[in-house]
Design a protein around this ligand. Structure first.
Ligand SMILES: O=C(O)c1ccccc1NCC(=O)[C@H](O)[C@H](O)COP(=O)(O)O
Length: 213
């Protein structure tokens, strides 16, 4: 659940069953949040909800300082970034390295087996609400990668069926206005994603016993 900007929205998402909250620290975003509010919101979400700090083309020091101040548990990196920079951050925080569709195949090769770096496929405009062509991306989509881009309650189940992502992430289709969550959409999104994830056959998971029941 990305773009969390308040304690109330963090509690809402946690109660709805979200596994992770995203806090956007990229100044270009309409959902920009301070490290202090992110820290308070993360505390409100409770001990089992991950807290992801979202950055775009920001300096190493700024990322590490903000992540520490906000007490995030992982960092999401957007933009054209050097591999060394990503690895330096991965020495401190689990990294979600965001890639666009045209970068997916190369990134899957580059980051295959690198500990602490998980790929996240997103649309070219982050937070833009535009879905990807999932079927066209299936061949290059690595096991365990996360998926974002125009996901909402109405289409998340289909996206999960098409790509079997490790997790799904959304923002614009879950809002009343930028930075302000729509409670009904948040609950419907989590329910739809959880419902589909419990039935989907993942390539890396042997769920034959469940299928036989
Ligand atoms: O959402 C933003 O405003 C944003 C701005 C700059 C960098 C990242 C941003 N969002 C990151 C996300 O992870 C979004 O959830 C992701 O792009 C999906 O957004 P949407 O297509 O609106 O669901």
């Amino acid at each position: 659940m990305c773009g969390t900007t308040s304690v109330a929205d963090a509690a809402l998402a946690a109660q709805a069953g979200a596994d992770a909250l995203g806090f956007i620290f990229a100044p270009v975003s309409k959902r920009l949040v301070s490290a202090q509010v992110a820290r308070e919101a993360g505390l409100a979400a409770g001990p089992t909800v991950a807290r992801v700090g979202v950055f775009m083309n920001q300096g190493l020091g700024e990322v590490l300082r903000t992540a520490e101040a906000a007490r995030v548990s992982a960092v999401q990196l957007h933009g054209p970034l050097a591999g060394l920079y990503v690895k330096q951050i991965a020495a401190y925080y689990p990294v979600l390295r965001v890639v666009r569709p045209e970068e997916l195949a190369g990134a899957a090769r580059e980051w295959d087996g690198v500990p602490g770096v998980t790929l996240m496929l997103d649309a070219p405009e982050p937070g833009g609400g535009v879905p990807l062509d999932w079927a066209a991306l299936r061949a290059d989509f690595p096991a365990g990668a996360w998926l974002a881009g125009g996901l909402g309650p109405a289409n998340v189940a289909q996206a999960i069926r098409e790509l079997s992502p490790g997790a799904v992430d959304a923002v614009s289709r879950l809002e009343l206005s930028p930075g302000r969550k729509d409670p009904a959409a948040v609950r419907a999104f989590v329910a739809a994603a959880r419902g589909e994830l419990s039935t989907v056959k993942r390539p890396d998971v042997d769920n034959s016993a469940a299928c036989a029941d």
